[in-house]
Ligand binder design. Structure first.
Ligand code: PXP
Length: 243
């Protein structure tokens, strides 16, 4: 089976740094460590309120890391101009509300089609691989395809938050959406809320090509270190994939 890529999201290294200001811990150093621990890419979300990653972090990540950089961004003019300046390997368009604690729910691509279309076109014309962060809903997959985005990332938050039968139901939706993505020719990624407990079933879905994981890895790093937390996640993904 094809190898599943791991994108390590380093936002929350910046969250800890920002709790005191200053420079420590440095998310760029975390990105280098993630590369050494087996990450295939680095993911960072420059939020409108700059609560974790800063503009300077984005600039340094774009200039200093060798792994592909995945820039998570809201669909705003400000973020498009930053993306066009840094030209990351990929841009993942996410919904953003100031008052939310994290990205709650997927982007309504079907509902915002007209405003998203030119924005996605500009990023793609600059050679940036665009993905849409959406719920596991066929309507949103079809709209992403119609938009011309080559990649979708399925929001796994509801699956990770649920328990018992509800989790099974959420998982079935992710599996069906991943199959739908493959059928209509979209590359499928997934992420949000994944942990050692929840990663394996998602990693075992063959048409999913990449997982983006952050909060759990940085949290676990407090106990076992960042290198060990990433290596263990990588191992679980490979086991699930049979590789
Ligand atoms: N993928 C996307 C599009 C996200 O917005 C986030 C959170 O920034 C993640 C993946 C990673 O989620 P978590 O930090 O919960 O692992």
């Amino acid at each position: 089976m094809n190898r599943l890529r791991l994108g390590v999201n380093i936002d929350h290294v910046a969250t800890i740094r920002n709790a005191r200001g200053g420079r420590h811990p440095d998310p760029v150093r975390a990105a280098h460590m993630a590369a050494a621990a087996g990450a295939d890419g680095i993911t960072a979300h420059l939020r409108e309120d700059r609560r974790h990653i800063s503009d300077r972090d984005m600039e340094r990540l774009a200039n200093e890391i060798t792994l592909p950089l995945n820039f998570e961004m809201a669909a705003t003019e400000e973020m498009v101009s930053i993306a066009l300046r840094h030209r990351p390997h990929a841009a993942c368009i996410v919904p953003e509300k100031r008052e939310e604690r994290t990205t709650e729910g997927g982007l309504d691509v079907a509902g915002q089609f007209a405003s998203l279309k030119p924005l996605v076109g500009r990023l793609m014309d600059a050679g940036i691989r665009v993905s849409m962060f959406i719920e596991a809903d066929p309507k949103q997959l079809d709209a992403s395809k119609a938009l011309g985005a080559p990649v979708i990332e399925l929001h796994t938050g509801a699956y990770c938050d649920a328990e018992g039968e509800e989790r099974d139901r959420e998982f079935s939706r992710i599996k069906a959406a991943a199959a739908h993505a493959e059928a209509i020719g979209l590359e499928c990624h997934a992420g949000h809320g994944l942990s050692y407990d929840t990663v394996k079933p998602v990693a075992a879905i063959p048409s999913i090509m990449e997982l983006n994981i952050g909060h759990f890895l940085v949290g676990e790093a407090i106990f076992i270190g960042l290198d060990a937390s990433i290596r263990h996640m990588r191992r679980l993904m490979d086991e699930a994939r049979g590789s």
